[in-house]
Ligand binder design. Structure first.
Ligand SMILES: Nc1ncnc2c1ncn2[C@@H]1O[C@H](COP(=O)(O)OP(=O)(O)O)[C@@H](O)[C@H]1O
Ligand SMILES: [Mg+2]
Length: 319
C-alpha cells in the first residue's frame, strides 16, 4: 500500500487522519488541531451520539459518511462536522461545517423574518379587502376588488413556497417517516383543486393499487399536489388527467399543452415559467423547483416525458 504523505495535506481545511484500528497513526496539521495525535485513540479525541456506530464501522472496516455534532476534547468545544471513513486506506476525513451551518441558519432566519414581515401587512390588506368586498354593491368595482383578492392570495402562496423551498434547500426540513394512507392524501389534493377540475371539466382517472406508502406525509402531499395542480392547469378543457400510485412510483399524466423541447431543461428552475404558461393559468414558477428538491431530499428519482401540444407525464420513483 502506498503510504500517503500527510504533509502534502497540511494546507487543506479538512482533518485527514490515518488510523490503525482506532488509534491515530498520523494526521495532517488540521487533524492535529482537532486533537488527532499519533498514538491517541479516537474515543479520547472526540465524542458524539453516533460514537458506537463510528467505532463499530472502523473496527469492521466498513465505510461510512455522517454529519453530526461532536465534542472535541482538545478544542473543548462542540463542532458540527462530517465524518468520512475510507477503509481501504484506513483514512478518516473530518470536515468542520460549523461556520457553514451558522451561515445557513442565518440565511434561513433572514427568509423567515422577511416572510413574517410580509405576512403582517398582507393579512391586514386581506382583512380590509374583505370588508370592502362586503360593502361593494357595484358589480364592476366588485370584480376589481376580486382581482386584488386573487393577487394577494398569490402573494401569500409565493411567500409560503419560498419559505418551504428555503427550508428544504438548507436541509432544515425534518422528515417524519410513516406509513402514509395514499387515498387520504390524494383526496385532500383533489379537494384543493376541486374548483379548477370542475370548471375545466377535467376527468380525473385514478389507479391506486397500494394502501399506504412509507414516506413523509407533508412531502408526499406537496409533491402530489404540485404535479396534480400543474396537470390540471396546463390541460385543455374536457381532457383527462391520470394519477397512478403504486409501491414503486407516483405518476401524473395529462393531455395538456406539453412542454416545448427548448424549455425542458429549465422547468425545475426557481421562478421559471414556460412561455405559454401565463396564458393558461397563474403561477409562481416555484412548484417544480419544490418538487425537485423534495425528491432529492427523499432520494426519489424524478422523471418526465412531454410533447408540446400533446401532453406530459411526471413520474416519481420511490426507490
Ligand atoms: N403538466 C405540465 N404541462 C405543461 N407544462 C408544464 C407542466 N408542468 C410544468 N409545466 C411547465 O413548467 C413550468 C414550471 O412549473 P412550476 O414550477 O410548477 O411553475 P408554475 O406552474 O407556477 O408556472 C410551468 O410554467 C410550465 O411551463
Ligand atoms: Mg406549478
Amino acid at each position: 500500500m502506498r503510504v500517503i504523505d500527510l504533509e502534502d495535506l497540511d494546507a487543506i481545511k479538512e482533518a485527514v487522519v490515518v488510523l490503525n484500528e482506532l488509534k491515530v497513526v498520523s494526521a495532517n496539521r488540521s487533524g492535529e488541531r482537532y486533537g488527532f495525535r499519533t498514538g491517541k485513540s479516537l474515543i479520547s479525541i472526540f465524542s458524539c451520539k453516533e460514537m458506537d456506530r463510528i467505532v463499530g464501522s472502523i473496527q469492521e472496516k466498513k465505510d461510512f459518511s455522517l454529519e453530526t455534532e461532536a465534542y472535541f476534547f482538545e478544542l473543548q468545544s462542540k463542532r458540527f462536522v462530517s465524518f468520512h471513513f475510507l477503509p481501504r486506506k484506513s483514512l478518516l476525513v473530518v470536515n468542520d461545517l460549523t461556520e457553514e451551518k451558522k451561515l445557513n441558519e442565518a440565511k434561513l432566519d433572514f427568509v423567515m423574518a422577511v416572510s413574517h414581515e410580509l405576512f403582517t401587512p398582507l393579512s391586514a390588506s386581506k382583512a380590509n379587502l374583505f370588508l370592502l368586498k362586503d360593502l361593494e354593491k357595484d358589480p364592476e368595482k366588485f370584480e376589481i376588488l376580486d382581482k386584488i383578492d386573487r393577487s394577494l392570495n398569490r402573494m401569500e402562496t409565493i411567500i409560503r413556497q419560498l419559505k418551504l423551498l428555503t427550508m428544504i434547500q438548507l436541509g432544515l426540513y425534518e422528515l417524519k417517516m410513516e406509513r402514509v394512507p395514499v387515498r387520504e392524501v390524494l383526496e385532500r389534493s383533489l379537494d384543493d383543486l376541486y374548483e379548477k377540475i370542475v370548471s375545466k371539466k377535467i376527468r380525473v382517472k385514478l389507479s391506486v393499487n397500494v394502501e399506504t406508502v412509507e414516506t413523509d406525509r407533508f412531502v408526499f402531499y406537496t409533491i402530489l399536489k404540485n404535479l396534480l395542480s400543474n396537470a390540471v392547469k396546463y390541460s385543455y378543457p374536457e381532457s383527462e388527467v391520470e394519477v397512478s400510485i403504486s409501491e414503486e412510483k407516483l405518476a401524473v399524466k395529462d393531455q395538456g399543452i406539453g412542454i416545448k423541447e427548448e424549455e425542458k431543461e429549465r422547468i425545475f428552475e426557481r421562478f421559471y415559467r414556460g412561455s405559454e404558461a401565463p396564458k393558461m393559468a397563474p403561477g409562481s414558477g416555484l412548484g417544480l423547483s419544490i418538487v425537485k428538491h423534495l425528491c432529492d431530499m427523499m432520494g426519489y428519482k424524478l422523471e418526465f416525458k412531454s410533447r408540446w401540444l400533446v401532453g406530459s407525464e411526471f413520474t416519481v420513483w420511490f426507490r
